[in-house]
Design a protein around this ligand. Structure first.
Ligand code: AMP
Ligand code: MG
Length: 266
């Protein structure tokens, strides 16, 4: 089983059952082996992505609080050479960031050719937050759909390969994970009271995510909805999608430079 890109007319409803692992997914040791296989593929492909030097790969991760963005990054890229990879985590914009257009801070974090760039949250927060918290009029946040599509198209025309993942968890699973943040001393630091405000606006966020999927899953920068209640299945599906896309690039090691052919080292 694999993930399919969202098509504008057929957007998942993002119900609780959409967050469940598919029944056909592997389990236990077989699943662990399958994850390892995919993370190893990404590692091999990253080496050649670097040598090939034609493309950058941008992975956008979105999802509610406790949907597993950090865990996915840790697992999916566990075998990747740290030198070939950057991670950008987008928080509430600073005063300086706010004084620019919303894509200003994002553009600076786009990976250069050779690199895999991972976004932990992204420019999509600039639709979600103003929409759900009513910080901007609809006219302004909805104009961002086209602005983002144009921006992402420009990037792909400049050799950035974009994949976007929405880690979708159910309301119950979020409750469980937020409770763990309250009770597990290793997780306390992750708990933010504001997360409860966002949880209270569950349906508004669902609507906002739905709008994003409907308007910004494009041929050049597709969205994938990941059933994320099961962490291992989530990691496997994300890793597989990334490895398959990188495979399609037909990456290759560049041939030796003419000037070094035939050189003998004594
Ligand atoms: P976390 O990912 O848990 O560290 O939380 C980051 C917080 O920053 C989340 O509550 C996001 O909604 C918020 N955030 C990120 N980007 C933006 C943005 N562009 N506008 C408003 N809030 C944002
Ligand atoms: Mg948080």
């Amino acid at each position: 089983m694999k993930l399919h890109p969202v098509h504008g007319k057929d957007v998942p409803k993002l119900t609780d059952s959409d967050a469940q692992p598919p029944t056909s997914a592997k389990k236990g040791d077989a699943l662990a082996d399958a994850i390892k296989e995919e993370t190893d593929r990404i590692s091999d492909l990253q080496r050649v992505l670097y040598a090939d030097a034609r493309y950058a790969v941008l992975i956008v991760l979105q999802g509610r609080d406790a949907s597993g963005k950090d865990g996915t990054i840790r697992k999916v890229f566990s075998a990747v050479n740290p030198q070939g990879c950057t991670v950008a985590s987008f928080k509430e914009p600073t005063e300086l960031e706010r004084s620019h257009d919303f894509l200003w801070r994002v553009h600076q974090q786009i990976p250069p050719r050779r690199m895999i760039g991972i976004f932990n949250r992204s420019h999509y927060e600039d639709i979600l937050v103003p929409r759900v918290h009513k910080l901007l009029p609809k006219k302004e946040w909805s104009a961002r759909y086209d602005q983002i599509n144009d921006f992402e198209r420009m990037l792909t025309e400049n050799c950035v390969v974009i994949l976007k993942f929405l880690l979708h968890i159910s309301r119950n699973e979020q409750k469980k994970r937020l409770e763990e943040r309250l009770t597990d001393e290793k997780k306390n630091w992750k708990f933010r009271v504001g997360d409860l405000d966002d949880r209270a606006k569950w349906d508004e966020f669902t609507k906002a995510y739905h709008g994003i999927l409907a308007h910004t899953s494009t041929k050049w920068a597709p969205w994938y909805v990941v059933p994320a209640d099961d962490k291992d299945v989530r990691d496997w599906l994300v890793a597989r999608t990334i490895a398959d896309r990188m495979d399609e690039l037909e990456l290759r090691y560049p041939p030796a430079d003419k000037s070094v052919v035939g050189i003998q080292i004594d």
